[in-house]
Design a protein around this ligand. Structure first.
Ligand SMILES: [Mg+2]
Length: 373
């Protein structure tokens, strides 16, 4: 068997933009305080006025040149940057949120298929867009330009046929970056990337990959899928796909993420009197839920069973899963327990059965780090 068959078939027909604001909070603060333009600007409480406490939320590119970075103790920044160069400004999330909303409104002028990752970062699926524009690059350039002229902030973008490559692209040429990765270039582009640039690779995985002599995307491309699967489980499977420029995850719109639940229910005429038949329906519903959740990269934490008998008595029962899941077997286990805890319905005949998955967690690259222990 061809081992490449283990991997899903690539899809190169989508058109995805990853837009990432450059040093977003710090840039908003510089816009407000032009006098700090050449200073090392740190967003965070000033530890010198705060008994040494405070963490760097983010900082501008001048501060980065001195080695300051996000999540660093503020006092560390004080040590790294000359006194007359360093300014601290407290974070102002109200303003960041309103600037982000303005930028999002520009994106929605292009498409409603927008997935926000953070206030300063989003994916757009422009395969079909409101402007009927064929050129993804033109859309991205116009968006970047509009943010610069109307909001006064710089951003970087990556354009490609999937989210993973678009993100690698926007990271590649920061700040004010513009990177386009065509299907024919993906393998080569990935080949020259250091493996720590791949999303989801934490320090531990990085170390294990280095032990396997894997330092770049090209090295990773040479490793057998099965080897990666055995060594890194699910994470390895994702890595094998990424190395080959494969990422089928969809752009999940913000309104879909905010959806409260996904469910399916059916009425039966004649009513169901057989336990086996009822359970096989429930099993099929759980299969359906797995597919719908996987499409959206969701995991559900709670399963709800709805059941109605011939007398139109209805019961709705819910139970939490032991951990968030997108697996039909986990759903079925709980749905079956719920079914077995309903009494009298089967004897009276079941008119309606429904299973709903709810209480969603979105699986993203951060979540993949859970496998990276
Ligand atoms: Mg950013």
């Amino acid at each position: 068997m061809n081992k490449e068959n283990l991997l899903p078939q690539n899809d190169i027909h989508r058109r995805i933009i990853h837009l990432d604001m450059d040093a977003f909070y710090a840039s908003v603060e510089t816009r407000r305080h032009p006098e700090y333009k050449d200073k090392a600007l740190v967003v965070g409480q000033d530890p010198r006025k705060n008994h040494g406490h405070g963490v760097v939320a983010t900082c501008n590119y001048v501060a980065r040149k001195y080695g300051v970075h996000s999540a660093m103790a503020g006092i560390q920044a004080v040590r790294l940057v000359p006194k007359d160069k360093l300014v601290f400004v407290p974070p102002d999330f109200k303003t960041y949120r309103s600037v982000s909303a303005q930028i999002h409104s520009f994106m929605h002028d292009i498409t409603d298929r927008v997935e926000s990752v953070a206030l300063d970062e989003a994916y757009l699926d422009v395969t079909h867009n409101k402007l009927g524009e064929e050129s993804t690059v033109k859309l991205a350039l116009n968006l970047q330009k509009r943010i610069r002229t109307e909001v006064g902030l710089n951003s970087s973008f990556g354009v490609s046929y999937n989210k993973f490559l678009a993100k690698m692209g926007s990271e590649y040429a920061k700040p004010f970056g513009r990177t386009v990765i065509l299907p024919s270039e993906a393998k080569q582009f990935l080949g020259i990337q250091k493996i720590e640039k791949f999303p989801g690779i934490g320090p531990k995985t990085q170390e294990q990959l280095h032990e396997m002599d894997v330092y770049t995307g090209a090295d990773l491309q040479k490793v057998d899928v099965i080897v990666l699967l055995k060594k890194f489980k699910k994470m390895g499977y994702i890595l094998a796909q990424h190395a080959r420029g494969i990422d089928l995850s969809p752009v999940v719109t913000d309104s879909e993420v905010n959806r409260k639940s996904i469910g399916i229910e059916r009425t039966y005429e004649p009513a169901i009197f057989s336990q086996d038949e009822a359970l096989s329906k429930i099993r099929a519903y759980c299969d359906y839920l797995e597919k719908e959740l996987k499409k959206r990269n969701f995991r559900a934490s709670t399963i709800v069973l709805k059941i109605r008998n011939n007398d139109f008595e209805t019961a709705t029962k819910r139970r939490k899963l032991s951990k968030p899941s997108d697996d039909h077997l986990d759903f079925y286990e709980v749905a079956r327990e719920l079914f077995e805890s309903t009494h009298g319905f089967l004897e009276d005949g079941i008119r309606l059965l429904g299973v709903t998955a709810t209480d969603f967690k979105k699986e993203n690259y951060q979540a993949i780090n859970l496998f990276d222990y």
